[in-house]
Design a protein around this ligand. Structure first.
Ligand SMILES: Cc1cc2nc3c(=O)[nH]c(=O)nc-3n(C[C@H](O)[C@H](O)[C@H](O)COP(=O)(O)O)c2cc1C
Length: 328
């Protein structure tokens, strides 16, 4: 499994439509689902919550929970459904998640985490990975983190994604906690240096190719969230600079392929806006950005947006492309 670059799991963002769109742009990045609670995966509408298109692969299911039996059941479901990896969320600080005892509050319970991961590993052959933080509340201590990482490793998990910002379980909203307190990449580097056999993926605030290259000198992989959601075409830079891919799709190529997907999905009842809302950033930083956003919001963001209007989107795309080519 190649995890050199991955797109972070993001609630309300990295659903199956977003992942399909991102996969049109990059063939080499690893993709993660939004977090799915164990109970939702076991008792909910599994097709709606967990299904995906084969094109999205390689794909990981991220799960939230702390009940060993449920977690192992979901790991098996993930494997049976064709996911390539199952990842346990040990980093989300939200109150709701804490109430259900999953996410970052589990950093306080290394033994429980170890047992949960061990059970998951015992029931499936796909890799079980963990996504955690460097600390929580007043605890930003290397020895604590290293001990936690060792518990995860002792359970048999060798791939750990570390968000280099501690989780604030109280006092800050989850949104605020995405920017405060300060990032501490040094702690992640030290974990990698002292645990060379672990695959350590660094995450948090990474948005430039140079930054990615620097992190890759020490860590095994880089996970990027917001920078890709806001500017999905950044993945073309990633393909060119990190994976040395020569023939990358233009925005026009991407829009054409997405239109085919849109038509197919609409025919089975998917709403136009559920797909197109993820494409708002396609022209991020380009001259055509305003036109693109305006077209989307005027025609494709309403609950009852019509697919027929989507067809005209290629006119906007082609005009934007011509303009940007001329000014390149
Ligand atoms: C809208 C949003 C939703 C998120 N949802 C999840 C989630 O479901 N599971 C998770 O582990 N992290 C979640 N995160 C955190 C990201 O995975 C990532 O760790 C964080 O955004 C830092 O990376 P970045 O600075 O590259 O965005 C979310 C972040 C955002 C912005």
């Amino acid at each position: 499994m190649k995890r050199t670059i991955s797109v972070a799991p993001m609630m309300d963002c990295t659903d199956r439509h977003d992942r399909f769109f991102l996969r049109l742009i990059s063939k080499n990045v690893m993709l993660y689902s939004e977090m799915v609670a164990t109970k939702a995966a076991i008792y909910g509408d599994r097709k709606k919550i967990l299904s995906f298109s084969p094109e999205e692969k390689p794909l990981a299911l991220q799960v939230g929970g702390s009940n060993k039996k449920e977690l192992s059941e979901v790991a098996k479901i993930a494997e049976d459904m064709g996911y390539d990896e199952v990842n346990i969320n040990l980093g989300c600080p939200s109150k709701k998640v804490q109430k259900n005892k999953f996410g970052a509050c589990l950093m306080k319970e290394p033994n429980l985490v170890s047992e949960c991961i061990n059970e998951m590993i015992n029931v499936c052959k796909i890799p079980v990975t963990a996504k955690t933080r460097i600390g929580f509340d007043d605890t930003e201590d290397y020895d604590y983190l290293n001990n936690f990482i060792h518990k995860i490793k002792d359970a048999g998990c060798t791939t750990i994604i570390i968000h280099a910002r501690k989780a604030m379980l109280s006092g800050l909203s989850p949104k605020e906690n995405l920017n405060i307190p300060k990032l501490n990449y040094g702690m992640v580097y030290k974990i990698k240096k002292e645990n060379p056999n672990l695959e350590i993926i660094i995450n948090g605030g990474i948005s430039k190719i140079e930054e990615i290259k620097n992190h890759l000198k020490i860590c095994n992989g880089v996970m990027i969230g917001r920078a890709i959601y806001q500017n999905p075409y950044f993945l073309v830079d990633v393909e060119k600079e990190i994976f040395k891919t020569q023939n990358c799709p233009t925005r026009e190529d991407i829009a054409k392929e997405l239109l085919k997907y849109l038509e197919k999905e609409v025919s089975i009842g998917t709403k136009v806006n559920h797909i197109m809302r993820h494409t708002v950033g396609l022209y991020h930083g380009q001259v055509g950005s305003k036109n693109w956003k305006r077209y989307l919001s005027d025609n494709m963001m309403a609950k009852d947006s019509d697919f027929q209007k989507a067809k005209h989107i290629m006119t906007i795309v082609q005009n934007n492309e011509k303009f940007n080519e001329k000014n390149a």
